[in-house]
Design a protein around this ligand. Structure first.
Ligand code: AMP
Ligand code: MG
Length: 272
């Protein structure tokens, strides 16, 4: 499954469901069935963090407006203990953020040991929106791919598993979803002035994504492309990617140093 989703140089059909056969109901049931193991591994990760372990996990979500980043955050985080999760959404940089290097706000938002961090948008915006809209000179964003690779390599080698997911939406499906937002008062708050400006530059974004995915995929921190036109497939696929990564983190239940369990048991049992 995971190999099917790994970016291999070309983008799939956004309506595809790689690795899955069946309907929405089956996908929802299968994703729900993964939840207990996900919760247990997350607790184990958290427990390791409490006793000095360095392991942590970072899920990076990228995708066009309405590609389902918020929905994916909700789906993943609803399956874990919120105490062990750190969610950060990256919007237009503040004045303070702009005064720093582009990785400054990213570094500040990284998960602590034991945590699962979720990035709703990320450092990749600095080679996506910034590139498409020429927000800094080409020479500046051009150097960022290598900076991102070095940054992610440091993360992974220091014990932070990195799962990068591009939610690949079709232009038609975005139209549908933006229309729903416009027509539905409870969704008006999701509409932003940038939405149409970005939509008009659709092809440029697709190209910017292809370049970012190509230049910033490594064995240490590969990109995964999740076709995102079907929400139930998106949730199913991201659940699998996160769970598979947690499984490979070689976690076990820790015992803190300096605790004598036998002595503790003896004393407790000896109480009158
Ligand atoms: P939303 O995810 O709908 O809340 O929108 C966040 C907005 O912030 C999007 O329009 C992004 O393009 C924009 N954004 C995020 N990161 C950056 C960045 N580094 N530079 C400029 N705009 C950004
Ligand atoms: Mg938006």
């Amino acid at each position: 499954m995971r190999e099917l989703l790994r970016f291999n140089g070309t983008l799939p059909d956004p309506r595809d469901t790689p690795g899955f056969k069946g309907d929405k109901g089956k996908a929802r049931r299968e994703a729900a069935a993964l939840a207990p193991e996900m919760a247990e591994l997350q607790e184990m990760l958290f427990a390791n963090g409490r006793v000095g372990g360095r392991k942590r996990l970072l899920l990076v979500l990228q995708g066009m407006d309405a590609s389902g980043k918020d929905g994916t955050v909700k789906h993943i985080v609803s399956q874990v203990n919120p105490a062990g999760a750190r969610i950060t959404s990256f919007g237009t940089p503040t004045k303070e953020e702009l005064a720093h290097d582009f990785l400054w706000r990213i570094t500040n938002a990284l998960p602590s040991p034991g945590q699962i961090g979720v990035f709703n948008r990320s450092h990749y915006e600095d080679v996506l929106v910034v590139r498409v809209h020429n927000l800094v000179p080409r020479a500046v964003w051009g150097r960022r791919y290598a900076r991102i690779n070095a940054f992610e390599k440091r993360l992974v080698t220091s014990g932070c598993a990195v799962v990068k997911v591009y939610l690949h939406l079709s232009k038609q499906e975005q139209r549908q979803r933006l229309l729903e937002r416009v027509e539905e008062p409870t969704k008006h708050w999701k509409v932003g002035p940038a939405d149409l400006l970005d939509r008009r530059r659709w092809e440029d974004y697709q190209q910017a994504y292809e370049v970012a995915l190509t230049r910033c995929s490594s064995d240490l921190a590969p990109w995964f492309v999740v076709p995102a036109d079907r929400k139930w497939y998106r949730d199913w696929a991201v659940s699998h990617l996160v769970l598979k990564t947690l499984r490979e983190m070689d976690l076990s239940w820790p015992t803190p140093a300096g605790v004598n369990l036998a002595a503790m048991k003896k004393e407790l049992l000896a109480e009158p």
